[in-house]
Design a protein around this ligand. Structure first.
Ligand SMILES: Nc1nc2c(ncn2[C@@H]2O[C@H](COP(=O)(O)OP(=O)(O)O)[C@@H](O)[C@H]2O)c(=O)[nH]1
Ligand SMILES: [Mg+2]
Length: 299
């Protein structure tokens, strides 16, 4: 990367976030205006919101030229939204994402940006479990238990030695995103594991960074047996994709589709087809606005 400060694209997946996303957009826009010398663009990726998230985002767009959005009517899930959003990777040197609830403050996200910009790594991920992490409010006990159990399965299946695959703040180099984008298929919350394992298998270097984080009320994730089975199914699916048996498993596709339907989970993305009805246009620009405004170009 050259001496010029890298351009940065921040994706924010958002589902029914009218009560949480407004101040987060303000804080990030203001923080990065002051602290990031390179070009900065935020794209909110919405789908199927039944509240006024869109109105809140549009309001912020009127105040900050760096904010734009793209919207999908289908139930494509957080992972599906990020798979679509990551198609915009050609627009910046560094691409990251963060949750809409402000659990990760702008400074903690900026630490990830600086880590990737200043060292020979391809991806920096926020970790709540590394020594040095500052967690203000922990998730509820049952959610933490489920999270640690999930971590055990991830370690058992994929052996990545990553302590916290699920924290919603990550930053990658454009080349890394572009190289592995067609390996991304999990549209549910196991998306992060899909991303990290694809990067690892492709030889990209990932570093965990101790982060500052705070659990926010109003979570969109319902943690129950169905969600847990959904996550497990997705891990097994990912494991099989990277196994020598995968080519023999084509006939099981209808069973897989049936299982995801029964679990009311978003179907895995197939890259030959689009994930949503109002897909990101083939140029990679958001369809609902004319695309990222001043500042970012596909350089
Ligand atoms: N676009 C989109 N975003 C989603 C969906 N489900 C969750 N999100 C977003 O994913 C992020 C994490 O969700 P959150 O409710 O904070 O999860 P938690 O903190 O893990 O309990 C937030 O930005 C949500 O708005 C979805 O189906 N579509
Ligand atoms: Mg959250």
């Amino acid at each position: 990367m050259s001496d010029v400060a890298p351009s940065l694209l921040l994706l924010i997946p958002a589902y029914n976030e009218e009560n949480r996303i407004g101040p987060v957009l303000e804080d990030y826009a203001e923080y990065f205006r002051q602290h990031h010398p390179g070009r900065f663009q935020m794209v909110v990726v919405l789908n199927g919101c039944r509240d006024n998230t869109l109105g809140v985002v549009q309001d912020a767009e009127r105040r900050h030229a760096c904010i734009t959005h793209t919207e999908f009517p289908g139930a494509i899930g957080k992972g599906g939204a990020l798979i679509e959003g990551l198609k915009l990777a050609p627009l910046a040197d560094l691409i990251g994402y963060v949750d809409a609830d402000g659990a990760t403050p702008p400074k903690a996200f900026h630490d990830l940006v600086q880590a990737v910009a200043s060292s020979p790594i391809d991806c920096a991920i926020a970790s709540r479990w590394l020594p040095g992490a500052v967690v203000h409010h922990f998730q509820p006990e049952n959610r933490r238990f489920a999270s640690r159990l999930f971590h055990l399965f991830v370690e058992l299946f994929f052996r990545m030695r990553i302590l916290d695959t699920q924290c919603g703040a990550k930053v990658m180099r454009r080349q890394a995103v572009e190289s592995i984008h067609d390996r991304l298929s999990l549209a549910d919350l196991a998306f992060d594991v899909n991303l990290l394992y694809s990067l690892t298998r492709a030889g990209f270097k990932i570093r965990e960074i101790a982060t500052e984080w705070s659990d926010k009320s109003g979570s969109k994730v319902v943690f129950n047996l169905r969600t847990s089975l959904n996550m497990l199914l997705s891990l097994v699916r990912l494991r099989l994709i990277y196994s020598p048996f995968y080519r023999w498993l084509g006939p099981l596709r209808p069973v897989e589709a049936w299982l995801y339907t029964q679990l009311r989970a978003p179907q895995p993305v197939r890259h030959s087809t689009s994930t949503g009805d109002a897909t990101v246009s083939s140029s990679g620009l958001p369809p609902s606005r004319s695309g990222p405004r001043d500042g970012i170009s596909a350089d």
